[in-house]
Design a protein around this ligand. Structure first.
Ligand code: NZQ
Ligand code: ZN
Length: 387
C-alpha cells in the first residue's frame, strides 16, 4: 500500500425530504445565493419549489441561473461569474446532477479570479480560493457532490477539460433518493456506468497489497450491479434508489483510491467523445471501458481475473487465468448492454471518421493512464476496438 492523505470534508445529508432543510444549511454561509440548475427537470418534478420555499423560510435571497446543459458549457459559467460579481453573491447552490454541480464549481472558482476562468482548465493558473458551493443532487452518477473536480466543455474549441482542487469540494450535499424516482431509464443506466467506471479506474492498479480497498471496490460495484436492474424495473423502489445514490458518492469520494495508483485513461478517452458528439458521459464509458479492458488486461492478467471472481462470481476452477480475466470483461460489457446502454460506437451513434483526431487530442498533454501508459496509437486502437 502506498502512503496517502485522505480528507473529504463535504457534509452529506442523506434521506427522504432532506432537500427541505437546504435553507438552514445555506444560511450558515450566506444571505444571498446563486441558485444554479439545468434544463427544467427540477421545476417539472417539484424539487425547485421545495428548495425555494426552504430558502425563503431561512431568509436567504435568491438569484437564479438555470439552463445548464449536460456536458456543461463554458459560456454559461462565464455568465454565472458575471452575475455573482455584479450582485455580490457569495455562495452557489447547485440543484441538479454532475453538469450543474461542475458548472457551479467553475463559477465558484472564477468569481474571485481576475483572469479568464478557462486558465484553470488549461493548466495556466492554480485555484487559490473559491466561493463555497452546496448541492442538492438529483441524479447519482458523476460523484461531483463530494469530489474536488469539475469538467466543462469549451464549446468554441470542442474541448472538454477538467479542474481539481480541494477548494471546490462542496460544503454540503443533500441526497434524497426519492428525487431520483423521475430519472429516465437511460439516465439511471448512464449513472450506473459512470459510478462503476469511477470504481474501476481505481480498481485496475498495479499497486500490490491493497486488499481493503479491493474489497470495498468490489462490494460497491456489486451493490450497483444488484440494484440498478431493480431501479429500472421499479423506478420508485426507495431502497434500490438509496443504495445506488450512496454508492455513487462512495465511488468517487476518494476513499476507494486510497493507498493505490489510479488509472483514469478511460475517462480521458471518453471525454473526447462527449466533447465532440455531446453524448452522455456514462454511455460513452459503457462503450470505452470494456474496450480499454480488452486492450490492457494482459498488463496484469491476475488482477483482471480477481476482478472477474470478486465482482462477477466467475468460478476460477472452471477456467485458466486468461479465460477468467476475459469472462470478467465479457460480463461487464453484457451488464452495460442489459441495462440498455450502447456498447459500441455504432450503438452510441458516433461516426468513426475522427478517431485519429480524437486520439491526438486525448494525448496532446502526453500519454494517458497508469495501469498501462497509453500513447496516441494505443488510444486510437482502443477507439477502433470499440467500433
Ligand atoms: O437538465 P435537467 O432538465 O435537470 O435534466 C437532466 C439532464 O438532462 C436529467 N436529470 C437530472 N436529474 C433528474 C433528471 N431528469 C429527471 N429527474 C431527475 N431527478 O439528467 C440529465 C443528465 O444530467 P447531468 O447532470 O448531465 O448528468 P451527470 O450527473 O451524469 O453529469 C455528467 C457530467 O459530469 C461530468 C461528466 O463529464 C458530465 O459532464 N463528470 C464530473 C465528474 C466530477 N465533477 O467529479 C466526474 C465524472 O467522471 C464526470 O466526468
Ligand atoms: Zn465519470
Amino acid at each position: 500500500m502506498q502512503n496517502f492523505t485522505f480528507q473529504n470534508s463535504t457534509k452529506v445529508i442523506f434521506g427522504r425530504d432532506k432537500e427541505k432543510t437546504v435553507g438552514t444549511e445555506v444560511k450558515e454561509y450566506s444571505d444571498h445565493v446563486l441558485l444554479h440548475y439545468g434544463g427544467g427537470s427540477i421545476k417539472k418534478y417539484g424539487v425547485y419549489d421545495d428548495v425555494i420555499d426552504s430558502l425563503e423560510e431561512a431568509g436567504v435571497e435568491v438569484t437564479e441561473l438555470g439552463g445548464v446543459q449536460p456536458n456543461p458549457r463554458l459560456s454559461l459559467v462565464e455568465e454565472g461569474i458575471e452575475i455573482c460579481r455584479e450582485k455580490d453573491i457569495d455562495f452557489i447552490l447547485a440543484v441538479g446532477g454532475g453538469s450543474v454541480i461542475d458548472s457551479a464549481k467553475s463559477i465558484a472558482a472564477g468569481v474571485p479570479y481576475e483572469g479568464d476562468v478557462w486558465d484553470f482548465f488549461a493548466g495556466e493558473a492554480e485555484i487559490e480560493t473559491a466561493l463555497p458551493v452546496g448541492t442538492v443532487l438529483t441524479i447519482p452518477a458523476a460523484g461531483s457532490e463530494t469530489s474536488p473536480a469539475a469538467v466543462v466543455t469549451n464549446e468554441e474549441e470542442d474541448l472538454k477539460w477538467d479542474i481539481g482542487s480541494n477548494k471546490l469540494r462542496p460544503q454540503f450535499s443533500i441526497l434524497n433518493p426519492e428525487i431520483t424516482y423521475t430519472l429516465p431509464d437511460y439516465q439511471t443506466a448512464c449513472g450506473a456506468a459512470d459510478m462503476m467506471a469511477h470504481i474501476m479506474e481505481r480498481y485496475f492498479t498495479k499497486t500490490e497489497d491493497v486488499e481493503l480497498t479491493d474489497k470495498l471496490c468490489a462490494g460497491t460495484l456489486r451493490t450497483i450491479i444488484n440494484n440498478t436492474p431493480c431501479a429500472l424495473k421499479e423506478p420508485k423502489n426507495y431502497d434500490a434508489r438509496a443504495e445506488i445514490m450512496w454508492a455513487g458518492t462512495i465511488a468517487h469520494n476518494d476513499l476507494l483510491g486510497t493507498g493505490r495508483e489510479e488509472d483514469w485513461a478511460s475517462h480521458a478517452i471518453e471525454h473526447e467523445l462527449s466533447a465532440l458528439y455531446d453524448v452522455a458521459h456514462g454511455a460513452g464509458l459503457a462503450v470505452i471501458f470494456p474496450a480499454w479492458m480488452e486492450y490492457v488486461h494482459q498488463e496484469h492478467v491476475e488482477r483482471f481475473a480477481q476482478f472477474a471472481v470478486d465482482v462477477w462470481n466467475v468460478d476460477p476452477d472452471f477456467y485458466n487465468v486468461e479465460q477468467t480475466a476475459k469472462k470478467g470483461i465479457e460480463k461487464t460489457r453484457e451488464f452495460f448492454s442489459s441495462i440498455g446502454l450502447p456498447v459500441s460506437l455504432e450503438e452510441l451513434g458516433v461516426p468513426t471518421n475522427k478517431l485519429e483526431e480524437m486520439a491526438d487530442k486525448c494525448t496532446s498533454g502526453g500519454p494517458v493512464g497508469n495501469f498501462k501508459s497509453l500513447d496516441k496509437e494505443d488510444v486510437f486502437r482502443i477507439y477502433k476496438l470499440s467500433q
